[in-house]
Design a protein around this ligand. Structure first.
Ligand code: ZN
Ligand code: ZN
Length: 179
């Protein structure tokens, strides 16, 4: 999946909600990047150290989600930068952060910034569909297992006892092609 370039989004949010002051920061400037594939504990982070000030956005968590999640996470981290570098207040999600968050949420409808932003790691789509030859019901599953039969059909037609007529047949799931 292609990664959306972050800088145009950053500059737009900066103009609209931060008086374009985040893009103008120097010594060090605020930089912005996508994480590698391992950043899964948080959707985004802001950090500053000697000679470093950056926003990192989680590639594995955010890329599969709707764009609104990316905007909301980017904006969340930009508020941290605003509080730290413009207001020059030491806090994480304190009053300065919350005031800015509420101002931005009131000013637009495109996304909603929240104080917490943890997103679940995307589930790998099931590779197989297990289909009952009796009722036709198909259930997604990760791996094939021999001898499973459709419970509903066994109960309806065979007194709840396993019945070979309703042994599930596995077919590749259309969603299961993982690139
Ligand atoms: Zn935060
Ligand atoms: Zn069935």
């Amino acid at each position: 999946m292609p990664l959306e370039p972050l800088l145009p989004l950053f500059h737009r949010l900066d103009r609209e909600h931060f008086e374009a002051r985040l893009g103008a920061l120097a010594d060090p400037p605020l930089s912005l990047r996508w994480s590698d594939g391992r950043m899964t504990r948080t959707a985004g982070l802001y950090r500053r150290g000697p000679g470093l000030c950056e926003i990192v956005l989680s590639r594995p968590l955010l890329v599969p989600l709707p764009r609104e999640a990316l905007l909301s996470t980017l904006c969340h981290e930009m508020i941290h930068a605003w509080v730290d570098r413009v207001l020059r207040v030491r806090e994480s999600h304190g009053p300065g952060f919350r005031a800015c968050l509420e101002r931005i949420n009131a000013a637009q409808q495109g996304f909603c910034v929240s104080v917490r932003h943890r997103y679940p790691l995307p589930q790998r789509p099931a590779a197989w569909l297990a289909r009952c030859p009796g009722c036709g019901t198909a259930v997604p599953c990760r791996r094939r297992r021999a001898g499973l039969a459709c419970r509903a059909c066994c109960e309806r037609h065979n007194g709840g006892v396993w019945d070979a007529r309703f042994t599930l047949r596995f077919e590749p799931s259309p969603e299961g092609t993982v690139g």
